[in-house]
Design a protein around this ligand. Structure first.
Ligand SMILES: *[C@@H]1O[C@H](CO)[C@@H](O)[C@H](O)[C@H]1NC(C)=O
Ligand SMILES: *[C@@H]1O[C@H](CO)[C@@H](O)[C@H](O)[C@H]1NC(C)=O
Ligand SMILES: *[C@@H]1O[C@H](CO)[C@@H](O)[C@H](O)[C@H]1NC(C)=O
Ligand SMILES: *[C@@H]1O[C@H](CO)[C@@H](O)[C@H](O)[C@H]1NC(C)=O
Ligand SMILES: *[C@@H]1O[C@H](CO)[C@@H](O)[C@H](O)[C@H]1NC(C)=O
Ligand SMILES: *[C@@H]1O[C@H](CO)[C@@H](O)[C@H](O)[C@H]1NC(C)=O
Ligand SMILES: *[C@@H]1O[C@H](CO)[C@@H](O)[C@H](O)[C@H]1NC(C)=O
Length: 238
């Protein structure tokens, strides 16, 4: 069913791998089995799109390093600890699945080749549990267009290189303390298009130089750039 086409495109041994079926229509690969992809060094991209993937088995990508790993438009419901064991990537894109559960450990201590992007847009995530991204060494985390109502305090802790966090088009109501605080490197936080009506004055305490997007919520007028304490808000979009 799979054709793995490998193409050496430079002296740097960069290999481009693409996944498609004979008719170039990806369908009904319901399980990405253990060791589906193995021992690939510096592949440009692995794309598994519109394949009906439901389950990614442990070590599906064993000893693989890839610039772009994209598993989009599939039917993955649960991400389990081990799904991304032994794969090194720059960008991991899991948009447009049905992800509702991220098992503890799935993303813990994932070290990309270079600090890139983890994208989980257009899934069905409702809760971001504490510690789920612990040690996930990425620059950009994109959680737009989910069903997020609840972010546990400490959900984004131990993400020392996070610069951009996007949570647009979710269902957040209150922004309390303990979620977005003390991110010395955080540069841009997008909370637009939620149902936010209450924000604690200390919600962004000790964040430095933050671009904060609160567009299209229902926030009271007192919230301005100067409302927040101990935070250097560079720009507030409201
Ligand atoms: C693909 O899966 C769908 C639903 O799971 C099924 O109806 C369809 O027959 C399958 N197609 C192939 C080619 O196996
Ligand atoms: C990992 O894959 C590379 C080829 O990309 C191979 O040379 C190396 O031996 C593999 N390592 C292990 C532990 O299998
Ligand atoms: C995957 O399916 C979606 C929705 O059916 C479609 O919009 C998109 O173009 C498809 N992508 C690919 C790469 O086939
Ligand atoms: C996903 O996880 C839930 C809760 O642990 C479980 O009930 C369900 O069977 C799992 N689904 C799959 C497809 O593994
Ligand atoms: C995830 O799996 C790894 C490897 O099997 C294990 O060391 C780690 O404890 C697991 N993490 C959690 C939170 O279960
Ligand atoms: C995340 O890191 C914190 C601080 O080191 C630790 O207390 C917590 O147990 C970790 N959680 C997970 C799920 O690894
Ligand atoms: C806010 O809503 C307006 C009107 O629906 C829309 O034009 C605009 O793009 C939205 N802004 C953002 C940041 O989503």
């Amino acid at each position: 069913m799979f054709i793995l086409s490998s193409l050496v495109i430079s002296a740097f041994l960069i290999i481009s791998t693409t996944c498609f079926d004979i008719n170039n229509v990806n369908k009904n690969i319901t399980v990405l089995k253990k060791h589906s992809y193995m021992n690939l060094n510096l592949v440009v991209s692995i794309r598994i799109q519109n394949c009906s993937v439901k389950i990614i088995e442990e070590e599906a990508f064993k000893n693989v390093s890839v610039l772009l790993l994209e598993i989009t438009d599939n039917n993955i419901k649960n991400l389990t600890n081990g799904s991304f064991a032994e794969v090194l990537f720059v960008d991991l894109i899991l948009d447009r699945n049905e992800i509702e559960l991220i098992e503890e450990g799935t993303f813990n201590n994932i070290h990309p080749l270079w600090k890139g992007l983890l994208s989980l847009q257009k899934n069905n995530i409702e809760t971001i549990e504490k510690g789920v991204f612990n040690g996930t060494d990425i620059r950009i985390l994109s959680l737009d267009d989910n069903q997020i109502t609840n972010i546990q305090p400490g959900a984004f802790e131990q993400m020392h290189h996070l610069r951009i966090l996007t949570l647009s088009k979710n269902k957040l109501r209150n922004i309390g303390v303990g979620i977005f605080q003390n991110f010395p490197g955080l540069f841009s936080l997008d909370l637009s298009e939620n149902h936010i009506n209450k924000i604690d004055k200390l919600a962004f305490e000790d964040d430095k130089e933050l671009f904060l997007n609160l567009e299209n919520n229902t926030i009271s007028t007192e919230v301005s750039k100067w409302y927040f304490e101990n935070t250097k808000i560079i720009a507030l979009f409201k």
